[in-house]
Design a protein around this ligand. Structure first.
Ligand SMILES: *Cc1c(COP(=O)(O)O)cnc(C)c1O
Length: 393
């Protein structure tokens, strides 16, 4: 073979590809499975929904599970099953996706926010009892970034005050508490299968319940309150919605669920890499607040840092510079009580100072199973370069 002729043009060196904040991993087997469902003639809720519910139930220690078209309606339905409505209060955190408290308003109840623990960034359990009134019916804790809220303390409070719990475990499927899977323990557990979550059905979610009676109610709330019997019997006993998951989406979930633990192991490995990279002197001097270094219980749904207060550089500017360096970042989340509709209901700046401080400065860095350690190094290097000129001596 002769040597290749020298190219007449200078080869273009491709810039490093854009590193997104997150990215779902959908394998070819799943794509083929979806094509099969599409060709089958049955594309909405059917055998794949049933199969996914069975697999999820198996994953959650045999508890009743039903799937829905979001991880939002699951919480709303749990509140309805629990009989929560007008005149009732539900305790939750101001640091979450706004769905968490919107569902409380949706059922006509009043959200009662409790400030967060600055280290875990989850609801501060030590502040819950002071927020309980005779109108309190439930607590919605959130496992932010997959880090589980202390289930022992949570359920001790719930039991003492006779409150229902709707765990917003949208982000924590595959996390554990004392060796038990989230979903395998507790009261209502709500999970999301949004594409950014650790497993996806594109859009979707599931609700894990205690009894078959609750699961039957969930089915009614899921589809217009309808109950069918025999060949021609149909009754409607409550006002339900339109929250069913399609078989196409369920087939995606059936391809994802067997890989959940593998995905989470990869996330854990990358989180470890971040900790090692942030431990280098140049990064340490930035004064970033890192997440809790838990490699046992959390599924590492996200890796979030909190920028120190007093940086001259605004978070949006940090994000813009990261973007210019080819790296996606995100904000999870702005404080819920400071959104317009919540302000109209009476909340204001300063109500939950710890959450507000974290929400102003929190930044989510890329983390997803197909990312590499080299990608993580690129993120830490870029962030270090951007922040170093602004560090207060
Ligand atoms: C994703 C998410 C939800 C809502 O899930 P959807 O499936 O998008 O409706 C609720 N709470 C938290 C904390 C979430 O991260």
């Amino acid at each position: 073979m002769s040597a290749p002729a020298a190219s007449a043009t200078t080869p273009i060196q491709p810039a490093a590809p854009y590193l997104p904040l997150t990215r779902p991993t959908i394998d070819e087997e799943t794509i083929a499975g979806v094509a099969e469902v599409l060709r089958s003639g049955w594309i909405t809720s059917g055998p794949n929904v049933k199969a996914l519910e069975a697999k999820l139930s198996e994953y959650c220690g045999g508890r009743p599970v039903r799937v829905f078209n979001s991880g939002t309606c699951t919480m709303e339905i749990a509140l309805r099953i629990a009989g929560v409505g007008p005149g009732h209060e539900v305790i939750t955190t101001p640091l979450s996706w706004v769905a968490t408290s919107n569902v409380i308003l949706e059922v006509g109840a009043k959200p009662v926010f409790v400030d967060i623990d600055p280290v875990t960034r989850n609801i501060d359990l030590s502040r819950i009892e002071a927020a309980i009134t005779p109108a309190t019916r439930a607590i919605i804790p959130v496992d932010l970034a997959g880090l589980p809220v202390d289930r022992d303390r949570l359920y001790a409070i719930a039991k003492k005050h006779n409150l229902r719990v709707v765990e917003d475990a949208a982000q924590s499927l595959g996390s554990t508490w004392n060796g038990k899977r989230i979903g395998a323990i507790g009261d209502f557990v709500s999970v999301s299968f949004h594409p950014n979550k650790n497993v996806t059905t594109i859009e979707g979610g599931c609700l894990i319940m205690n009894t078959e009676a609750e699961a039957k109610l969930a089915e009614q709330y899921r589809l217009q309150g309808v109950v069918r019997t025999g060949f021609d019997g149909m009754e409607v006993e409550l006002v339900g919605g339109k929250f069913n998951l399609t078989d196409v989406a369920a087939r995606v979930g059936l391809g994802q669920l067997p890989r959940l633990d593998e995905f989470n192991a990869k996330r854990r490995e990358l989180a470890r890499a971040y900790f090692e990279l942030f431990d280098r002197p140049a990064a340490r001097s930035l004064g970033l607040q890192l997440p809790v270094a838990d490699f046992v219980q959390t599924n590492w749904h996200m890796f979030q840092v909190v920028l120190p207060e007093g940086f001259a550089l605004k978070r949006a500017e940090v994000m813009a510079q990261m973007h210019a360096a080819g790296i996606g970042t995100g904000v999870h989340y702005p404080a819920i009580h400071l959104f317009k509709i919540y302000r109209k209901l009476g909340w204001k700046d300063g109500d939950f100072p710890i959450a507000e401080k974290v929400c102003r400065s929190i930044l989510t860095l890329p983390l997803f199973p197909t990312m590499t350690r080299a990608d993580a190094a690129r993120v830490v290097d870029a962030l270090t370069a951007i922040l170093t000129p602004h560090v207060q001596p």
